[in-house]
Write a protein of this length. Structure first.
Length: 238
C-alpha cells in the first residue's frame, strides 16, 4: 500500500479550494546547500562515517531526484518569470551562538556537522540550483523560515499567496516552513519527488499528513502541468 492509498482511507481535512494563479505563485527552494545536500560535506561527511546506509539512501535520492527536479522547477518558474526564493540555513557567527537553541552545538551536538556559517563553502548553494541575479536568498537560523526571518512580510510584499516548496529535508526544514506558511494563510504545495529525507518512512509520513491536513502534494510533473494549465487560463482551482 502506497502512502497515497493510505491517504485515501483517511478523512480529508485539507483545504477544499486551492486556487493556482501564476501571478501570486512562487517557488521556495529549501536548503539546497553543500552542508546538507552534497554527500562529501557537512552532513554527508558525517553520515558516511556514522550511518553509511542512511548516507547512501539519502544522497542517492538527492542526486537522482531532488537536484534534477529542482532544476526542472526552477527552469519552469524562470521561463514564466515567476518569483523564486532560495532558503539557506546556518549561523552568521562562526560559533553558532546566533542559531535557535535547539540547533546550537552544546544543545544538539549531533547537528554540529550542519553548523557552517554564512560565507563558508559548505553554507553555499549547490551550483546546479544556484540563484540567479534578482532571486531572493533568505538565510534562517531555525528550521522554519518563519521563525527566524522576515519571510512572511517579504511574501506579502511580493503579492504571493501560493508557495511551491521543494528541497531538504522533507520532515525538517521543508515541513516546518511549509506548515508555518499554511498556518498563516498561504496555499502550499510540497513537491514529493523534489524533496528528500534520511529515510523513506519519515518522508512518506510527512507527505501523508500534509495531504490529509495542510495542502497539496504533487509530483514535479504534476506541478509543471498545473503551471501550464494556469498559464493557459484553464486552471480554476485544484
Amino acid at each position: 500500500m502506497t502512502w497515497r492509498t493510505e491517504v485515501s482511507e483517511l478523512p480529508d481535512l485539507s483545504p477544499a479550494e486551492f486556487d493556482f494563479s501564476l501571478p501570486t505563485t512562487g517557488l521556495v527552494i529549501v536548503d539546497m546547500q553543500f552542508v546538507d545536500a552534497h554527500r562529501d560535506y557537512g552532513l554527508g561527511a558525517s553520515l558516511r562515517e556514522s550511518h553509511p546506509n542512511v548516507w547512501d539512501y539519502y544522497f542517492a535520492r538527492v542526486e537522482g531526484l531532488v537536484v534534477p527536479n529542482c532544476r526542472r522547477l526552477l527552469n519552469a518558474f524562470r521561463e514564466k518569470e515567476l518569483r523564486v526564493i532560495h532558503l539557506t540555513i546556518g549561523p552568521v557567527l562562526d560559533d553558532g551562538s546566533d542559531m535557535v537553541r535547539l540547533r546550537r552545538p552544546r544543545t544538539a551536538p549531533g547537528l554540529t556537522p550542519l553548523l557552517h556559517h554564512q560565507g563558508t563553502f559548505e553554507h553555499g548553494i549547490l551550483p546546479e540550483v544556484a540563484p540567479l541575479d534578482g532571486e531572493l536568498v533568505i538565510n534562517k537560523t531555525s528550521r522554519s523560515a518563519f521563525n527566524s526571518t522576515a519571510i512572511e512580510r517579504v511574501l506579502h510584499n511580493l503579492g504571493l499567496e501560493t508557495l511551491v516548496v521543494a528541497g531538504v529535508s522533507t520532515s525538517s526544514c521543508v515541513e516546518t516552513t511549509a506548515r508555518d506558511a499554511a498556518d498563516r494563510g498561504f496555499q502550499v504545495v510540497i513537491v514529493e519527488d523534489a524533496t528528500a529525507e534520511l529515510d523513506e518512512p519519515s518522508h512518506e509520513a510527512t507527505l501523508r499528513q500534509w495531504a490529509v491536513r495542510w495542502g497539496r502534494v504533487w509530483t514535479t510533473d504534476e506541478t509543471l502541468n498545473e503551471l501550464s494549465r494556469a498559464a493557459a487560463g484553464t486552471n480554476v482551482g485544484v
